[in-house]
Design a binder for this molecule. Structure first.
Ligand SMILES: *[C@@H]1O[C@H](CO)[C@@H](O)[C@H](O)[C@H]1NC(C)=O
Ligand SMILES: *[C@@H]1O[C@H](CO)[C@@H](O)[C@H](O)[C@H]1NC(C)=O
Ligand SMILES: *[C@@H]1O[C@H](CO)[C@@H](O)[C@H](O)[C@H]1NC(C)=O
Ligand SMILES: *[C@@H]1O[C@H](CO)[C@@H](O)[C@H](O)[C@H]1NC(C)=O
Ligand SMILES: *[C@@H]1O[C@H](CO)[C@@H](O)[C@H](O)[C@H]1NC(C)=O
Ligand SMILES: *[C@@H]1O[C@H](CO)[C@@H](O)[C@H](O)[C@H]1NC(C)=O
Ligand SMILES: *[C@@H]1O[C@H](CO)[C@@H](O)[C@H](O)[C@H]1NC(C)=O
Length: 298
């Protein structure tokens, strides 16, 4: 039985001589730039270019992205949006290179692509193309802009444009604590599929408040952030400080009055003392003279 099966198994092995290789991790391409979707195949025996058939198609819809057989490109069936944007490398094909160059990547290109190669035997494999675009540096605006006092509620709006995919947004206060309350974030795609991120933080101002709007594009491990401090000209004379100032002034005035009173009493006291001393001295003199006279009396 085994003696009968073994040649069959070996025959299957001998036939499966074409093996495809594509990246198993998603291929990340920057929006607007070119990307090469690698697809290589190993083939045991030498072959002519005219023996090679290569098909690249969208895995989900099976629409043709690029095709090649009989030694040339076959683009009649090509999906319209790939027109003039795809290139294969015929000079490299006999070396097992079926890679596709895709020019000027757009967000809509994101997805799964299947590479199919036939040289007598055939094989196919799919890879995932992931598009990325960096966000602009975030900018923060304040609403209202002026006559702010501690205790006022303000809206800080952080905006960044042109990124992909959706970003994570973190607001932090001056000491680096994550703010999670009263934040509203929206991501709106433009006609190119790139996002505008708008995040609004509603917060009650304290004197000298500072905030950090931090944007993270997970695909690019890109972090962009902006620090804003709400102080100085934005905050008019703060009521808390006003009361403290008035209080201090009143205290100071009271202190001065008290000091003046103390001084006046001190001055009066010392005058009186001087007078009393003078009187005492006079009395003493008189007494002494009396005493001096006493023995004469007795
Ligand atoms: C494609 O293959 C070439 C050669 O093996 C390699 O240098 C390049 O990094 C690969 N590109 C991608 C996106 O995997
Ligand atoms: C295939 O050839 C192209 C053009 O020379 C090259 O950029 C690419 O890296 C090659 N791919 C592989 C997998 O060798
Ligand atoms: C390649 O094509 C030429 C001419 O058509 C032929 O003579 C040759 O045997 C072919 N080689 C292989 C490896 O098929
Ligand atoms: C592709 O290029 C050809 C020749 O340059 C041109 O006629 C055609 O309009 C282009 N197609 C697109 C979709 O750009
Ligand atoms: C704040 O949030 C970010 C993103 O969610 C997280 O990576 C970070 O560890 C958080 N930091 C603190 C102090 O909670
Ligand atoms: C969130 O908003 C509410 C209502 O405006 C306010 O009372 C509260 O203090 C805010 N929370 C923070 C952390 O600012
Ligand atoms: C305002 O905050 C900054 C940074 O936290 C600090 O260096 C500065 O001393 C603060 N000023 C006042 C008046 O609290």
């Amino acid at each position: 039985m085994l003696a009968f099966l073994l040649p069959a198994i070996l025959a299957v092995h001998a036939m499966a001589k074409l093996e495809l290789q594509v990246p198993d991790q998603p291929v990340v391409a920057l929006h607007g730039e070119d990307v090469t979707l690698n697809c290589s195949f190993s083939h045991t025996s030498p072959f002519n270019l005219s023996d090679v058939s290569i098909f690249w198609q969208l895995t989900d819809t099976k629409r043709s992205v690029h095709a090649f057989w009989m030694g040339q490109d076959q683009l009649k069936e090509q999906a319209e949006r790939y027109a003039n944007r795809t290139v294969l490398f015929p000079a490299q094909m006999t070396m097992g290179n079926a890679s596709l160059l895709l020019r000027k990547v757009v967000v809509a290109d994101e997805g799964s692509y299947t590479c199919f190669v036939r040289v007598q035997d055939y094989d196919s494999a799919a890879l995932f193309l992931q598009v990325a675009a960096p966000y602009t540096k975030p900018e923060v605006t304040l609403e209202p802009e002026s006559n702010l006092r501690p205790g006022d509620e303000v809206a800080l709006t952080c905006v960044a444009y042109g990124g992909y995919p959706k970003a994570d947004v973190v607001w932090q206060d001056g000491s680096g604590h994550n703010l999670t309350e009263n934040i509203t974030t929206s991501m709106v795609a433009n006609e190119q599929g790139l996002f505008t991120m708008t995040s609004v933080l509603n917060v009650v101002l304290e004197p000298n408040s500072s905030f950090n709007c931090r944007l993270i594009n997970p695909l690019l491990s890109e972090e962009r952030s902006i620090f804003v401090t709400v102080t100085g000209q934005n905050i008019s004379f703060p009521p808390v400080a006003l009361w403290v100032t008035v209080g201090l002034a009143v205290c100071l005035l009271g202190l001065l009055i008290a000091l003046a009173a103390v001084c006046r009493r001190k001055i009066k006291e010392s005058c009186e003392e001087a007078r009393r001393e003078a009187e005492e001295a006079k009395e003493l003199e008189e007494e002494e003279s009396k005493t001096a006279m006493t023995p004469l009396k007795s």
